[in-house]
Design a protein around this ligand. Structure first.
Ligand code: GLA
Length: 733
């Protein structure tokens, strides 16, 4: 039993393998948050609560004499609105009479086997007996608003999921102005915020800042989780490192506008509130209706950041990613994008494919430019007919020849978009997000389809279902190349326009859900101008996501490093591209590009025909090597051996088999030195008493020696040299 409710005190404790989470509803029905941290058994922590007569912190109705009781200072599970808690809140609403208050009081707790589902939204699932659910019901007596707090307790995974169902149990419509998924009040402790900011071509750069006595907000208002911020945050104790110290993560399973807010209160407690961004959000809840918030995945580690990352990696791989591909090595692919951009015909694609096959590649992915009038990025989106004139053959001929070569075939699509000059837009201008009377803002010369419209989703479903049913397609790259503006749905009445952005996400998930269910054998890769929608919501449908449009390996090291704090390397699309690199102009060695790309789902994105014969031989070796190490990347434990943001000379990382039988250490010199210091790395996670052979110097050491004494590398100079060291257990000592 992971969830215990004390029949006498009503105290509820959630237990995972290494953590406890405790809450309690008092006699007024206020649900206190008491604890989230390392396991504390059955201890009753109510005595730890701090009460004081805090000036300017008001008392709930009827408690006038009890000056040390205020919602403004109590740690709570979910807050109401307008009744005395001035910190960042979970809920904001406008009732029929214009009042904005909700006073949420406990109305029942249920413990259920298995994992709850969230209608319309992706959520963690249970593979059988892994999870127990707590349903906590809170009610506002005046409006009739009910908030059901859901907790999914994954004992072994050390993850607690949360979400809220907001229901209108009254007789008049309520406007929801904010409906967060969860609130986490940490009563004590100093915390630093680690978050992942970025931009197109430099996503998920970790930044660590102390929490101030202020509100720090991570958010996206772009209609996508975004390149700029990621819906994942870590709170870490000040001295927490990779290997030691306390930290906890909050990850939203959502791909749209989000907010993660942190506030250190006047009483020095820390509040984290996560959910859909309330900026530009307003949802009308008619009597009897329910609003479902996205899920948040909480996880806690008392053993440093690496442990926290492994918990998320494992959880996303086993409880979020549904694809049958999650346990299978992904085909090594060649994507024609950086080889040709949109300038290609079938012959060019076949030539690329033939060369790739000859070197050991397994799948050809045809990127943007194969349909409609798509000759550049100003046209054609929405007209998804194969362009026989440009390609010089039929679609089936193109695919047939590639299949005959012994390659799988993959295809790029961007379903959510329309070009203003497309036939689709001419036929259905009302299907795009535009505001009547206002010329729409464009991004990459395109408009965004209103995915909140069932007719748009049904149309796209019919179209792409047919495409996949009629053709031998093994892989789809699902792109999304601009952010939302002019968020206005022609289908929604005036007072419901604040729902458009979230309805878009519901439509997107519906479409992704239907297509991935219909074609389970197809490998879907998410993409949004690279990593503009790299989140757990997309991972629920696509087991991998193109990590960034920046394929420069020296930049990719940082991007993949930042991404790895929350997301498993097996989910990161990572390719070898040309040198000099198209995004930065930097020249790097083929072996370096390959080393970096092997830390994700491996592929090529260049014209292999332009390589020298020596380079082609190298590619053959890299592909062979990649196949050997794929199981490590897929299921192994990933260690960051250096801090890619601050260690300036070299970066190193390690994959280790779960049974500690083998490992791979990758080292890339990012700033070759004159008169250099030694490059020295200490390995992690090996069996201390086992004997391992390492390929760097062809020596044998114990795991203890490799982890404590480490390895010294030879001097490496030149254009960012890299080395991959294989470690194999040969014997027990
Ligand atoms: C996005 C993707 C690229 C490529 C282009 C095609 O930018 O991230 O990989 O597919 O679109 O237009």
């Amino acid at each position: 039993m992971s969830i215990r409710k004390d029949p006498e005190t009503g105290l509820i404790t959630l237990h995972t393998a290494h953590t406890s989470y405790q809450l309690w509803a008092d006699e007024l029905g206020i649900v206190h948050h008491l604890y989230y941290g390392p396991s504390i058994g059955e201890a009753d922590l109510r005595g730890l609560e701090f009460r004081s007569d805090c000036g300017f912190s008001p008392q709930p109705a009827g408690l006038d004499a009890q000056r040390d009781y205020s919602l403004d200072t109590l740690c709570q599970e979910y807050t109401g609105s307008g009744v005395g808690d001035y910190r960042i809140g979970c809920l904001r609403l406008t009732a029929a009479d214009g009042s904005r208050a909700a006073d949420l009081r406990f109305a029942g707790a249920e413990i259920l086997p298995g994992k709850y589902e969230l209608p319309g939204l992706p959520a963690a699932f249970d593979n059988g007996g892994e999870c127990e659910t707590l349903r906590l019901t809170l009610k506002d007596p005046v409006t009739g608003l009910t908030v059901v707090l859901l907790y999914g307790v994954y004992h072994d995974a050390d993850v607690i999921t949360r979400a809220a169902l907001v229901e209108n149990g009254g007789s008049a419509a309520i406007q929801l102005d904010k409906a967060a998924s969860a609130c986490l009040d940490l009563p004590f402790g100093e915390w630093e915020l680690i978050h992942f900011h970025g931009r197109h071509c430099m996503e998920r750069q970790p930044e660590r800042t102390p929490l101030a006595h202020a509100i720090q907000t991570l958010r996206s208002a772009r209609g996508a989780s975004s390149h700029q911020h990621n819906p994942f945050a870590i709170l870490a104790a000040p001295h927490t490192t990779e290997d030691a110290g306390e930290c906890l993560g909050a990850m939203l399973v959502y791909s749209g506008n989000f907010k993660i807010e942190c506030e250190v209160s006047q009483m020095h407690s820390t509040r984290l509130v996560a959910g859909i961004s309330d900026d530009d959000f307003r949802w009308t809840l008619a009597p009897g209706e329910q609003f479902v918030t996205p899920e948040v995945l909480f996880s806690y580690s008392a053993k440093g950041l690496s442990q926290l990352s492994w918990q998320y990696h494992h959880f996303l791989q086993h409880n979020i990613i549904r694809s049958v591909w999650r346990d299978h090595p992904r085909p090594i692919l060649i994507n024609n994008w950086e080889a040709t951009y949109m300038d290609f015909d079938a012959q060019r694609i076949w030539d690329i494919a033939r060369q790739a096959k000859e070197l050991g590649v397994e799948m050809l992915v045809l990127d943007d430019g194969w349909f409609g009038s798509r000759v550049d990025d100003r046209s054609g989106l929405g007209d998804w007919q194969f362009n026989e004139k440009k390609l010089g053959c039929t679609f089936n001929e193109l695919i047939g020849k590639i299949r005959e070569m012994g390659l799988l075939f993959g295809l790029w699509i961007e379903p959510e978009m329309v070009s203003p000059n497309a036939e689709l837009y001419k036929a259905h201008p009302e299907w795009a997000l535009t505001i009547p009377g206002r010329a729409p803002t464009t991004g990459r010369s395109q408009l965004v389809l209103d995915m909140g419209r069932p007719d748009v989703v049904d149309y796209l479903y019919g179209l792409f279902h047919q495409l996949l049913a009629d053709h031998d397609i093994s892989y789809i790259k699902w792109d999304m190349n601009r952010n939302m503006t002019d968020v206005f749905s022609r289908l929604l009445p005036t007072e419901r326009q604040g729902e458009a952005a979230h309805r878009y996400m519901l439509g997107l998930y519906d479409l992704l859900g239907r297509l991935t269910r219909d074609f389970p054998e197809v490998l879907f890769e998410g993409c949004a101008g690279g990593g503009g929608r790299f989140d757990a919501g997309i991972l629920a449908y696509c087991p991998q996501i193109w990590c960034s449009d920046d394929t420069d390996p020296i930049h990719r090291i940082k991007i993949q490093y930042g991404t790895s704090f929350g997301y498993p390397p097996a989910a990161m699309g990572s390719h070898v591209s040309a040198s000099p690199n198209h995004q930065t102009g930097r020249s790097t060695l083929l072996s370096t590009r390959s080393t970096v790309a092997m830390a994700g789902t491996f592929g090529y994105e260049l014209d292999l025909q332009r390589l020298t014969e020596d380079e082609k031989d190298e590619v053959r070796c890299h592909i062979q090597q990649c196949k050997e190490i794929q199981p490590l990347v897929l299921n192994g434990r990933y260690d960051r051996l250096t801090d890619a943001m601050t260690d300036t000379c070299f970066t190193a990382w390690q994959f280790t088999a779960q049974d500690q039988s083998r490992a791979m250490v990758s080292v890339v010199v990012i700033d070759p030195q004159a008169n250099p210091w030694p490059i020295h790395v200490r390995l992690k996670g090996l069996d201390p008493s086992a004997l391992y052979h390492e390929t760097l110097t062809d020596h044998t050491y114990t795991g203890a020696a490799l982890c404590h004494a480490g390895l010294t590398l030879p001097i490496m100079q030149g254009d960012y040299p890299a080395v991959q060291i294989m470690i194999e257990r040969i014997d027990a000592v």
